[in-house]
Every structure is written in C-alpha cells, then in structure tokens.
Write a protein that binds this ligand. Sequence first.
Ligand SMILES: Nc1ncnc2c1ncn2[C@@H]1O[C@H](COP(=O)(O)OP(=O)(O)O)[C@@H](O)[C@H]1O
Ligand SMILES: [Ca+2]
Length: 510
Amino acid sequence: MLVTGTKPKMSSTRTILLILGFLSTLAVIALIAVAVTQNKPLPRNIKYGIVLDAGSSHTNLYVYEWPAEKENDTGVVKQVEVCKVEGPGISGYSHATEEAGPSLAQCLQQAKEVIPSAQHKETPVYLGATAGMRLLRLQNKSAADKVLSSVENTLRLAPFNFQGARIITGQEEGAYGWITINYLLGNFKQSGWKKLLHSLTSLSETSGALDLGGASTQITFVSKDLSLESPENQLYFRLYGKDYQVYTHSFLCYGKDQALQQKLARDLQTVESSSLLDPCFHQGYQRTINISDFFKNPCTSDKKKELPFRQLYIEGEGDYQKCRENIQTLFNKTHCPYSSCSFNGIYLPPLQGDFGAFSAFYFVMNFLNLTSEPHPLALNKVTSTIESFCARPWQEVKTAYHHIKEKYLSEYCFSGAYILSLLENGYEFTEENWQMIHFLGKIGSSDAGWTLGYMLNLTNMIPAEEPAEPPLSHGSYVGLMVLCSLVLVSVLLFAWLLFHKPKCLQKGIV
Ligand SMILES: Nc1ncnc2c1ncn2[C@@H]1O[C@H](COP(=O)(O)OP(=O)(O)O)[C@@H](O)[C@H]1O
Ligand SMILES: [Ca+2]
C-alpha cells in the first residue's frame, strides 16, 4: 500500500543514499591510491663488500651485497659473485713474490663490472690469507711478507676502499666459518615459534662448523661443557643480545693436501727402494715425487731423512682398508692432558648438535654422491661407497670422469678415506652422531666458508644487542589500523540503523 505524502521523503532518502554511495566510492579510490603510492618500490639503496679468500690451493674473490637500510638484520647479506683466481694460491708465489698481486687483476676487473662504478670508492675490500701463508711464514718469513705486500699494492691500486691484507689466525678462520653458516641459516635471530620449539626440545640453536682446506682444518661448535681447561680453544660472542660460548680449533698440516704430504713423509721412513706401493691411489695410477723440496715443508720437516734417491715413484694399490690404517697413524691418540681430546693432545669437549661441513668436506663428498640431504646417509653406506670407489682401476676412473681435473680425481680416494679417518678417529664421530653432519656447498646463494663472517664482523654488521624494533612492521600496522577503523565504522553504522531506523526501512513502507 502506498501512503500519500511519502514521495518527498523517498527522494530525500535516495539523495542521502546516493551521497553515501558517492563518498564510499571516493573513500575506496583514495584507499587504493594511497596504498599504491605508499607501496611503490623505493629506489634500491644497495651496498657492496669484497672479500678475497687467499687459500693454500687458490684464491677466490667474493662480492657481497645488502640493502643499506637493513644492514643489522640477519640473513640480508648475500653473495652475488665469486671469481676463482687463475693459478696457485698466493703462497705458491714464494719464488716470484712480485707476481702474487698481479695474479688477482682479472678477478678485480670482474668485481668492477658487477659493482656500479658510483659505488666503487665506498666498497670495502679485504684479503684474508689462510694456512698456505701460515706455512710460508714459518718456512720463509721474508717471502711471506713480500707476497703480502705485493697483493696489498695491487688492492690499493684498485678503485675500491682497501681495508687490509693479512694472514688470519686458525682461530679466526674457525670462528668466522661458524658465524657465516649460522648467519646464513638464520640461527642468530629466531622468530618466536622457532625460539619456543628450541627451548621446548632443548635442541641446539646453532650449528657447528667443520671446514676442510688444503693445509688446515677447523672444528667449531657451541659447547655447554666448556670449562677453563683450554682457554686458547674458547671464544665468547654476544650476538643479537645472546651469549655464545664457542669451542674452536684449527689443525695446521691437517688440510687434505698437507695430510697427504704427512702420510708420504711417514711412508718414506720405511721405504726400501725408490718405489712405493700406495693403497690410497687407484690401481694403475702412477706419480713421481721430488725428494729435494719434500722435507722443506714445515708439515714434513720433522721427518727429514737422508735418502739414497732423488725421486720417489708411487704406484697405486687401491685398497681402502689398508689406506685407512695408513692414514690413522696421523692421529696421535696416546696422550691427553685434558678430560677429553681429539688428537695430538688437543682438547675437545663432547660433540654437540648439528654440524655443517663445507669446503673440501663438501667437494669430496659431493663428487662421491654422499651429500644426500635432508636425510644423511648411514656411515656404513658412506664407507662402502668410498671402498668401492678406491677399488676401481685408474684407467676406468679416468674414462668415467674425463671432465674432472686429474689432480682432484686421483686424490678423491685418499681424500674420502682421510675425511672418514679425521671424523671417526680424530673427532670420534660415531655411527649415531654421523647423521648430525650435513655437507654444505652453498646456503642460499652464498658459499659456506669463513669470508662472509669475516666481512660481517669487520663492518660491524652483527650487533651485540638485538636492535629495538616495534612489534609490528609498518605495513602490518597500517593494515591493522585500516581494518579496525572499518570494523568500528560498520559497528557504529549498524548501531545507528538499529536505534534510528530510517522510515524507509520501517515495515510496510516499501
Ligand atoms: N672440486 C674440487 N674437488 C676436490 N677438491 C677441491 C675442489 N675444489 C677445491 N678443492 C680442494 O679444496 C681445498 C681448499 O683448500 P684451501 O681453501 O685452498 O686451503 P686452506 O683453507 O687450507 O688455506 C684444497 O685442497 C683444494 O684442492
Ligand atoms: Ca679454505
């Protein structure tokens, strides 16, 4: 039924509704416009850093980048470039020291191309030399100094901000490797639920680090049992508001290349002729070694022996078990002045938590297809794989892997056996805790190694205290505010409709 005299009222209600509709449309358009302009990607303010890892076998140059405004967050720095320097490591230039620096030129050129030229001047560049240079310093201090000044001269001439070229200590190498992998795994600053899970299950929050180089090897992990037994193996860090008690040790001469030299020096003590049958090389493999330089190396000099021949002819035997027994003698377990030791009388607290094993640990195990993640293989499977690889004749191996450098290929049998011996006999990993070792090449886009940790430390990018942050990000804050306002307006509107029912909505009007 139509009531006379309601026409003007109807049209005024319609006008109100129209105005409301218009205003709502306007509000929605405004909201969208604000959201779009606010969230428009800002021009990226990226910073760069360069670290050269001058290892015993070769030098790698790494370029890292990170967003300038987030530099104290965890996991924001990532590797954008790696360049392998041609030729040997810088310690290999002991007879031509002035050529060490120029050998880096090509990789520096590559870094210049990756980093925008406007930022060259402010990009820090660091060079850290490891065990190869530690050995050269022991053997010939002046040659080591000359090599370092040659690389320093080259780095100073590059357009970057030179921050130093030095030999880092074994302790630093271990510590920065540990910082790198835990930074990349996001273990330092954990989200609420991850923190809760760790405290409930009492799982270790950080991962230990195992680094195998050519001349030294490092073991580093957080240990609850650190007493003051061996202060030189103890490190203390405060990172993002948390304290870490870290055990570390670097074994000079126990990198895989120097371990092989040590093994041969031992073999030379008992040889009767100039030829040696070596169980750690494949059957049919032959290698000749010059005796004259052999004992100049600080890793073998204590075994120096006068021999009636100048060259040693090695012939492979391909016998894994014999090779393991041979290698085992490198780990002296007879004396331990502490509650527990690894080998050679060096303190080692009980192993704890997961371990990331990188560098040559990864290269060797990756070649042997033994890095399977996320479910590590059982130790007996690993042993049998290496055993059968060692038993393959050299000709067969060479044909099957013709694309691999002969130097690497000929030593994978020895290296595999050495890795197992170091982990099982040296550190006493067992069938059970073997599963805690994860062989890592890269984490995300960054290589596992000590260089990233070194740069993070020297540029103060890991704060001791957790930076004070509002509980919500800006975006979540704005979103929440808009949502709450909408809910509030709807509730008010609903209440108004309930108590001042407009006539048009009253029963019988329509
Ligand atoms: N693809 C590969 N396969 C096997 N071994 C490798 C491979 N790439 C590098 N290596 C080895 O990894 C080791 C790296 O050690 P390096 O960092 O140079 O020495 P250090 O850390 O003792 O100063 C060397 O023994 C090198 O021969
Ligand atoms: Ca190394």
